[in-house]
Write a protein that binds this ligand. Structure first.
Ligand code: NAD
Length: 501
């Protein structure tokens, strides 16, 4: 693999960076106004490719969180009465603005999160599609008007917005994780408080300004970045006016929020961690499987909940698969994502790089063989080599825990039952991938695999029209598709005196 020089960025790109950072709002968005934190507090945002501080933002306090809750609660009734066509139009305008400003959004993501610019552009496309999809779903609100079987009542069944929502997003997909929640909430007629991750708040700041430019009314979308997640979430979740929390992040934090949600019996959507298997059967097209593994493993430097965490390969094709995958991984270019030709950026922070290193060392200690990479790369920045591990035993931490890094561990199996047993032997159940040219086998594995998502002969399956979500400890609820808007609505039944009674 090659490593690009950590040379200072050229003057042209430096000017672009300064311009985009300058344009990005630095305050809290509460009731339609950008404002400072109540105590004047700020926090820094770092570029993980260089270790430099690139921006300083207002850090919301408990008091600010309460003000955001007040704004969302006060705006709820009028927003719910706003015609669906108007809400749809706001989302459509936001979609257009995201396209117009795609380079700014992509650059911000590269700067704050580290992903290569080309991948960041891919996320803008993917994330933007939620705005378009839910602008189209906003006006498709079907109810029913029907007799009871006894003919004594008319039933009026309709969907209503669930009410003010708290939306908490992770750092790994700074735009898409926000649009995947904000767009269906807007479409359904809910007001919201968005809390972005401390490590990558800039994209949400910029996106919130897009929503303002698209015409979102004051109080409907409030944005509270903070150095302290609990300072924001605790007072909001304790407030009886909040009706829902939608969280994407790690399983331990999700569990904590689910406990907190019990007090006010909040609706919850939980998109949590994963430990995805990628199974390659002996009848797979190995080249297709290698391409799928590259996409499923290396997308976002492996920092994805959908990442293929365990490559489970039939013993008869393991040598060929490993050799071909090793060639592709060794050809990757690691470096600062603003540079052209870079395929792999840094880990999001030093701690993330260190934990990837620990997992690799643990695997080697337990008998795994390093085929490619295996080491951290000296700073500045928090880089780790794309790494391929063979002969990984089932008790190695790297196959039991979410890796969140560019490390591909290969395990082998002898028959279909063993493959399924290995795949399902985890408390997680988000994304899985299966490679076989036998379609019946592929569909049979679909029946047997305990995962909310499965890619059959493909390594990337996320789409705004698809219901995304996990089973087991990977979460509850679905984002995207028709299911995505249902998460933000509640069903009301009105029993009407029968007109013929
Ligand atoms: P995290 O759980 O550390 O943080 C997620 C968000 O929760 C952040 O905004 C953080 O500030 C906030 N948070 C942290 N502690 C909190 C608390 N006590 N109360 C309220 N909010 C709190 O996760 P992360 O490191 O940002 O993201 C990586 C994790 O997210 C991985 O486990 C990954 O699998 C998961 N993820 C899941 C999906 C999915 O769709 N299932 C998508 C992306 C990421």
């Amino acid at each position: 693999m090659s490593i690009t020089e950590q040379a200072p960025a050229s003057t042209g790109i430096k000017d672009r960076i300064a311009e985009v950072l300058e344009k990005t709002p630095k305050g809290l968005l509460i009731n339609g106004q950008w404002r400072a934190a109540s105590d004047g507090g700020m926090f820094d945002v770092e570029n993980p490719a260089t270790g430099e501080i690139i921006a300083t933002l207002a850090s919301a306090t408990r008091q600010d969180a309460q003000a955001a809750m007040d704004a969302a609660a006060n705006a709820q009734e009028a927003w719910a009465r706003t015609p669906a066509r108007s809400r749809s139009q706001i989302l459509h305008s936001a979609f257009d603005l995201v396209q117009e400003r795609r380079d700014d959004l992509a650059l911000l993501m590269t700067l704050e999160m580290g992903k290569p610019f080309a991948e960041a552009l891919g996320e803008v496309k993917y994330g933007g599609e939620f705005l378009r999809w839910f602008s189209e779903e906003a006006v498709r609100d079907y109810g029913r008007y029907a007799d009871t079987p006894e003919g004594n009542l008319r039933m009026l069944v309709s969907r209503k917005p669930v009410g003010p929502c708290l939306l908490i997003t992770p750092w790994n997909f700074p735009l898409a994780m926000a649009t995947r929640k904000v767009a269906p909430a807007v479409a359904a007629g809910c007001t919201m408080i968005l809390k972005p991750a401390r490590l990558t708040p800039l994209t949400s700041q910029y996106f919130a300004q897009i929503m303002i430019d698209a015409g979102i009314p004051a109080g409907v979308l409030n944005l509270v970045p903070s150095a302290s997640a609990s300072a924001v979430s605790e007072p909001i979740m304790a407030d009886p006016r909040l009706r829902k929390v939608s969280f994407t992040g790690s399983t331990p934090v999700g569990k904590q929020l689910m406990r907190a949600a019990t007090d006010n019996v909040l609706r919850t959507s939980m998109e949590l961690g994963g430990n995805g298997p990628l199974i390659v059967f002996e009848d797979a097209d190995v080249d297709k499987a290698v391409a799928g593994a590259m996409a499923a493993k290396m997308r976002n430097m492996g920092e994805a909940c959908t990442a293929a965490n365990r490559l489970i390969v039939h013993e008869s094709v393991a040598d060929e698969f490993i050799e071909k995958l090793a060639a592709k991984m060794a050809a990757l270019t690691v470096g600062n994502g603003v540079e052209e030709g870079v395929n792999v950026g840094p880990m999001v922070e030093a701690k993330a790089r260190d934990s990837v290193e620990e997992l690799v060392n643990d695997a080697v200690k337990r008998g795994a063989r390093i085929v490619v990479g295996g080491r951290r790369i000296d700073g500045p920045g928090y880089f780790f080599q794309p790494t391929l591990l063979a002969n990984v035993p089932g008790h190695a931490r790297v196959v039991r825990e979410e890796i969140f890094g560019p490390v591909a561990p290969v395990m082998t199996f002898a028959d279909e039952d063993e493959a399924v047993q290995l795949a399902n032997s985890t408390e997680y159940g988000l994304a899985s991938y299966v490679f076989t040219e036998n379609i019946s086998r592929g569909l049979r594995i679909g029946d047997r695999i305990e995962f909310g998502l499965m890619g059959l002969n493909v390594g990337v399956i996320s789409n705004a029209a698809a219901p995304f979500g996990g089973v087991k400890q990977s979460g509850l609820g679905r984002e995207g598709g028709a299911e995505g808007i249902a998460e933000y609505t509640t069903t009301q039944y009105i029993g009407v005196e029968h007109p013929w009674a």
